[in-house]
Write a protein that binds this ligand. Structure first.
Ligand SMILES: [Zn+2]
Length: 496
């Protein structure tokens, strides 16, 4: 038996000015991993592709990995990058195989295609009309019909933060191996509702997504091969952005349809609970200080979430609004993770560890799609540390995977230790702080450019949480997104 396994993952924020060339899909630049190098890099990690590899090995299959590309979210995927990765997957399948197992995202938008995953699957189906195709997708999938039309079985993450990537790969893969063994006939139904759940209200510890995902798990206990609700990714101005569901049963198309509709009706009934009220930033700063003043000693830091500019949703990670408000408010004993500013890192490296420097920090990237220009801020401090920015996640999210922040420096203003990085990296793992010599549990305030993923590795530390509305292309304010391509009407942009 021969199985083609591939990864091609990107969540595209169509408002982001951050480019997405092929090198973004490769740790350390260049081209993405493939073959034995990809297998060695992902084997034993918490990724979906690791589960696909394990299942294929257990089946004694010959494994071909034409590409394993995974990029932090950013703007439109360059056509050349897409054609490289999709081309390699198609070429491998054209050589002939018994199954195709894919670790995709589900919200990839390229310069040419709104639905990068559907286009890949359409091409694969044109090459081989019969080969079973199993697909693992992110919960932030913006689902298109071409995915359901051309895949055999689809499974999505059931947790946000995403701590079940491996399990999702296993659910998608097992459906396909059961089919190959003559033990299952996957029947799939999908659908969507005209609603754009806000990312800040999508956590799977929070209602209503908690109940939606619990219902998916119950359906799987009751015999569904895979049941998934995709909360969708709203920072993408494309036709099918928003909430969807897909259910795969063993041979019962009517049941798949009924269960899928049940999930969609549940979500629609709770649509108001997916709306996010925005707190003014000045109020957030006051609240943070008050929480810190009232905290018991050792309670852990007050976490300030700069959720409008997190790179795991395509943010530039260089807006200074929230960090600037912290400095202006005089918050002390704080750490900030992180500001993306390769130029400032180089200035600090040139100055040397221990040097006093004054920098124009952040704000290097304009955001024309939301009508904002970059606003740097002059910051003075001591260069505390310089490092290469590489670390492996401790887990539970993307456990064991390598992160590469690029050249990294810590600037200590006396009030805030600011981590400054050269490659986009969202803080969701304690290892990110260990890599830069900061013990976040001992800080009074912790500013994170994150929405929900920080909870994976850092939530247990928090003594309090303040969600801070700064500026950025992950803005919580739908009015700033000025949707032109999303299907209308859609809740809550339109009254429904
Ligand atoms: Zn996601």
């Amino acid at each position: 038996m021969k199985v083609v396994i591939a990864q091609m993952k990107h969540e595209t924020n169509t408002y982001s000015p951050v480019p997405t060339p092929l090198s973004r899909f490769a740790t350390g630049g260049g081209v993405p991993l493939e073959g034995d190098a990809a297998r060695a890099a992902y084997k034993g990690t918490g990724s979906a592709i690791a589960a696909l590899i394990d299942l294929a090995e257990a089946a004694g299959a010959e494994i071909v990995i034409p590409v394993a590309g995974n990029a932090w979210p950013s703007g439109l995927v360059e056509d050349a990058a897409y054609e490289y990765m999709a081309g390699r997957i198609c070429a491998a399948v054209a050589q002939g195989c018994d199954a195709v197992l894919l670790d995709l995202h589900g919200a990839m938008v390229t310069q040419t295609f709104e639905d990068g995953e559907g286009e890949l699957l359409r091409r694969l189906r044109a090459i081989d009309a019969k080969v079973p195709i199993g697909v693992a997708l992110d919960m932030h999938t913006n689902f298109y019909p071409a995915i359901a039309d051309n895949a055999t079985a689809v499974a999505g993450y059931q947790t946000y933060p995403h701590i079940d990537m491996y399990e999702t790969g296993a659910r998608a893969g097992k459906s396909i191996f059961a089919l190959l063994a003559g033990q299952a006939r996957p029947a799939m139904a999908w659908g969507n509702r005209p609603m754009l759940p806000h990312v800040m209200r999508q956590g799977s510890d929070d209602s209503p997504n908690r109940e939606l995902q619990a219902r998916c798990k119950a359906m799987e206990r009751d015999g569904a091969l895979c049941a998934s609700v995709f909360v969708g990714f709203p920072n993408a101005d494309i036709h099918n952005a928003g909430l969807s569901a897909v259910v795969v049963t063993n041979g019962d198309a009517a049941l798949a349809r009924r269960w899928c509709d049940e999930l969609l009706d549940m979500a629609w009934a709770k649509r108001q609970d997916f709306v996010y009220p925005i707190e003014p930033l000045a109020q957030s700063m006051q609240r943070a200080q008050a929480l810190a003043d009232a905290a018991q000693p050792g309670a852990g830091p007050i976490v300030l979430l700069d959720h409008s500019d997190n790179c795991a949703s395509g943010g530039t990670m260089d807006t200074m609004t929230v960090l600037g408000a912290m400095l202006d408010a005089g918050l002390k004993d704080a750490a900030a993770f992180a500001i993306f500013d390769p130029q400032a890192v180089q200035q600090m490296i040139a100055a040397g560890v221990g040097a006093q420097v004054t920098l124009s920090l952040g704000g290097k990237l304009d955001m024309p799609a939301i009508g904002l220009t970059g606003q740097p801020r002059t910051v003075s401090g001591r260069v505390k540390l310089v490092c290469d920015g590489r670390y492996k996640n401790f887990g539970p999210m993307a456990r064991g995977e390598t992160n590469d922040m690029g050249p990294t420096a810590v600037l200590d203003t006396g009030a805030v230790e600011i981590v400054v990085i050269s490659n986009h990296t969202e803080p969701h793992d304690l290892a990110a702080f260990v890599a830069v010599g900061i013990d976040p549990s001992r800080k009074k305030f912790l500013m994170l450019k994150s929405r929900v993923h920080w909870r994976a590795g850092l939530r247990p530390l928090a003594g309090g949480i303040v969600e801070c509305a700064g500026t950025g292309v992950c803005t919580s304010d739908y009015a700033m997104l000025d949707f032109k391509h999303v299907r209308r009407p859609i809740y809550p942009v339109d009254a429904m």
